[in-house]
Ligand binder design. Structure first.
Ligand SMILES: C[S@@+](CC[C@H](N)C(=O)[O-])C[C@H]1O[C@@H](n2cnc3c(N)ncnc32)[C@H](O)[C@@H]1O
Length: 221
């Protein structure tokens, strides 16, 4: 796909539907690649800042895309998109965007948090979305790409059903490092944990969060 770094390529591979909304579209490259490759038929780009909004408009000129200047899901109606993506932001900000309008989050959400992915995994457990796919992409650093789906049974009954991805796993470790990644325990994954352990052990003092991560890493390695 054109103009995408490895991180956004992996995100794009998770998206195939009629209408897709990208929140925080910035340069607009993700939607352009999705439209150009036929993975989606219509795109909705949402930006809350003027210059990135103009950049998205310019990139998406001539494509079947709406570009909207709005704060997160303020720019999307309920049921308007089949899926959404939110990429390149911290987990806390992503969760704030999702929580602002829970009724507007489509049944499929592809999320690439730059930090604190556990906040997004916690959001999904709380709201009944299931984490169906989890992968990584190498770039400036190691990125996590999460795919969430709202099960049909939750849609029909409104009830939250436990996510089977977490079954039988150390819950704290799964939230921090990913239930699917933990279950598969690839060499890459083990190496990334080893690297983090070496780094944390080399620090003279650790904040509470880092102590918690180190304890969990020691437990699972
Ligand atoms: C670091 S960029 C990431 C751009 C692109 N998604 C990517 O992954 O390459 C984050 C973008 O999200 C936008 N953004 C942040 N908060 C937003 C919000 N509440 N609503 C819409 N856009 C937002 C910023 O203006 C910025 O353009």
């Amino acid at each position: 796909m054109p103009h995408l770094d490895q991180r956004l390529k992996v995100v794009a591979q998770q998206i195939r539907c009629v209408t897709h909304a990208d929140i925080g579209s910035d340069h607009g490259h993700l939607l352009k690649a999705l439209l150009a490759s036929g993975r989606i038929q219509r795109g909705i780009a949402i930006e809350n800042k003027r210059q990135p909004y103009e950049n998205s408009r310019s990139t998406l000129t001539g494509f079947n895309a709406d570009v909207r200047l709005a704060d997160g899901l303020e720019g999307l109606d309920a049921g308007e998109a089949d899926s959404l993506s939110i990429c390149g932001m911290g987990g806390e900000l992503i969760v704030r965007i999702l929580d602002a309008h829970p009724d507007r989050v489509p049944a499929t959400a592809i999320i690439q948090p730059n930090r604190r992915p556990e906040r997004v995994r916690e959001w999904a457990l709380r709201t009944g979305y299931h984490l169906t796919h989890e992968t990584t992409a190498q770039g400036h650093w190691r990125y996590i790409i999460l795919r969430f789906e709202r099960p049909k049974t939750t849609e029909q009954s409104g009830q939250v059903h436990p996510d089977p991805a977490y079954k039988g796993l150390d819950r704290e470790a799964a939230l921090l490092f990913g239930p699917h990644l933990l279950r598969h325990f690839s060499n890459d994954f083990a190496e990334s944990l080893e690297q983090e352990r070496r780094y944390l052990r080399s620090l003279p003092r650790l904040a509470a969060d880092a102590v918690r991560r180190l304890e969990v890493i020691d437990r699972i390695l």
